[in-house]
Ligand binder design. Structure first.
Ligand code: ADP
Ligand code: ADP
Length: 229
């Protein structure tokens, strides 16, 4: 079955010129799609439209066969997890940052999910454990760590579809591997639409959608797209 369907989608930010033109592609349920293309191509905007942070100007965008405009907000929120490139860390404890959206999670599950994204050390290296302060006034997290914390949060809420905007800043080899493992963890039994900045993400994808100037210029697997003609 098709999870996400862009059907000749056009879009322009309020008061601005069109930034997406006739975008058509589908994401099969349970698969990973990587969005690639130059900066400004429209990749992040595509994620924002699925979330209905903005609404399409023309064409339609369907989630499990239903136009997102016809889905109530709470239904959308339950079905989608969105991890932005600069995932925010809220002022507060590690526990508080994780429990948003999944308040009844057991301590064991919290620690398990932190291990899944390779952040288990955060709860282990201080006497406060899960109640350690993170962000301002506490343990500062790198961009990569903040994103993994956001992925852990999304894992707890358990949405079937995850939209992920990968960080662009240079990750060291260890952070890169940790991010990759975190993505592998969320990919199990889920549908992923990822703005890919990392080659590993592109290679691992079931489908690559190449966007340029607001248009889809190619779709296919890594092997299909790298055939030299
Ligand atoms: P990408 O993610 O591929 O780098 P974006 O989706 O961020 O591209 O941007 C696509 C286009 O939309 C660019 O021309 C960008 O300047 C414009 N854009 C992005 N966000 C906004 C916004 N909030 N308001 C107006 N224009 C925007
Ligand atoms: P990455 O390369 O992992 O994406 P960034 O470039 O986003 O990391 O972050 C670089 C540096 O910013 C971190 O190593 C850290 O020193 C600082 N930093 C990270 N998180 C915070 C925060 N919550 N508040 C202030 N500074 C931070």
């Amino acid at each position: 079955p098709v999870a996400i369907e862009f059907d000749r989608v056009g879009f322009g930010y309020p008061g601005g010129p069109p930034v997406l033109h006739e975008v058509t592609f589908t994401v099969a349920a349970g698969t990973r799609t990587a969005l690639v293309g130059p900066s400004g191509a429209g990749k992040s905007t595509l994620l924002a439209l699925v979330e209905r942070f903005y609404e399409v100007t023309s064409g339609s965008l369907r989630l499990d066969g239903v136009d997102v405009r016809d889905l109530p907000r709470d239904v959308l929120r339950a079905r989608l997890g969105y991890v932005e490139q600069e995932a925010p860390v809220l002022a507060g404890t590690l526990r508080e940052n994780l429990l948003i959206g999944a308040p009844d999670t057991t301590q064991e599950r919290l620690r398990g999910v932190l291990d899944e994204v390779n952040l288990g050390h955060l709860a282990r290296r201080t006497p406060e454990g899960l109640d350690v302060q993170v962000g301002e006034g506490g343990v500062l997290l790198s961009g990569g760590e903040r994103q993994r914390l956001a992925i852990a949060r999304a894992l707890l809420a358990g949405p079937p579809v995850l939209l992920l905007d990968e960080p662009t800043s240079n990750l060291d080899a260890r952070n890169e591997a940790a991010l990759r493992r975190a993505i592998d963890a969320v990919a199990v039994r889920r549908t992923l639409l990822i703005v890919a900045h990392r080659l590993a993400t592109v290679v691992d994808a079931d489908q690559i959608v190449v966007v340029d100037g607001g248009r889809v210029v190619a779709t296919g697997t890594h092997d299909e797209l790298t055939v030299v003609s």
